[in-house]
Write a protein that binds this ligand. Structure first.
Ligand code: PGA
Length: 303
């Protein structure tokens, strides 16, 4: 009989292992699981003994997964995923939509997603939520690791076999300090702005990719002066007079103390679409199916 089928390996040990592996720290995992650090270490040793492999190696102060550890992590995720799904299906037999909705969104979409979740949660108050926010590159990695039910992007990766459900438009507009001479003008040309300090998001950001490809299509020159890995910090920097930038209009609901102006530039805004995506082959949980039905049934642009 396989070692996993003996009484020597428990779901709890696998859960502890998975938490340590994902956080990368025994101390933090112990806090999260409300256990002491020695009991987390003891459970990990028992699991290693039962499986006959080392799961981690400690190099300096950092913990790394061994090759065997990576495989155990991958299969533990599959296992806990199906247990979650089973829990949801059993709840559904009783007419309940229970369980957990796992969603990750690119940083800019954090302005959009809560408006989508609010009405869903009013209709399904027993559903728990795990909502992660990261830049596009990190969300793609989460998608590849199958960590979520859904991801929200305006540039879903082309190389993966995904179902893409359109959510809303994403318009990227040019912003400048409110005292900028172009503020309030009917339309200006990019050439009149191209020598101004341009603030841009970090590599890996969907906003940055959208700007770079739009500029390439328009034949415009982009000379980024500063890279800032946050929409909010870019907004504050533009309001403080550091330069101009292009950001999603969703981020501008709270204009930094009225110090920002949106500038009308010929050839802008850059218009993209927000998509809710999931793997085409994903076995969706009842909660995830309820969420898709809710998203499809709502009026377009309701977010
Ligand atoms: P970002 O992504 O928040 O990583 O810039 C935004 C997008 O995909 O449009």
């Amino acid at each position: 009989m396989s070692r996993f089928h003996t009484r020597r390996t428990t779901f709890r040990q696998l859960e502890i292992f998975k938490t340590v592996a994902e956080i990368g720290s025994v101390t933090q995992a112990a806090e999260l699981l409300h256990l002491t650090q020695p009991s987390v270490s003891a459970q990990l040793s028992k699991l290693e003994d039962a499986l006959g492999v080392n799961l981690f190696e400690q190099i300096g102060r950092k913990l790394y997964l061994t090759d065997a550890g990576q495989r155990v992590l991958r299969e533990s995720r599959v296992l806990f995923d199906s247990l979650d799904r089973l829990e949801g299906e059993l709840a559904e037999l009783h007419g309940l939509t229970k369980g957990i909705l796992r969603l990750s969104a690119v940083t800019t979409a954090k302005y959009l997603v809560p408006g989508l979740l609010g009405p869903f949660y009013q209709a399904h108050p027993d559903v728990a939520l795990d909502f992660q926010i990261a830049n596009r590159e990190q969300v793609i990695r989460r998608l590849e690791d199958n960590l979520d039910d859904f991801c929200v992007f305006s540039h879903p990766p082309e190389h993966l076999d995904l179902v893409k459900i359109p959510l809303a438009e994403n318009r990227l507009v040019l912003i400048a300090h409110a005292n900028h001479p172009a503020a309030g003008q009917a339309e200006v040309e990019w050439s009149s702005l191209e020598h101004e300090p341009f603030l841009t998001r970090e590599p890996g950001s969907g906003t940055r990719i959208a700007i770079e490809s739009h500029f390439a299509r328009q034949g415009w020159t982009l000379r980024p002066r500063m890279t800032i890995a946050s929409n909010e910090a870019i907004k504050e920097s533009v309001a403080a007079g550091l330069g101009i930038s292009i950001l999603s209009r969703h981020t501008l609901f709270h204009m930094a103390q009225g110090n920002l102006a949106e500038i009308n530039v010929r050839g802008l805004p850059i218009t993209n679409t927000w998509y809710l995506v999931h793997w085409r082959t994903k076995a969706l949980s009842p909660v995830a199916r309820a969420f898709i039905e809710f998203v499809r049934a709502r009026p377009p642009e309701a977010t």
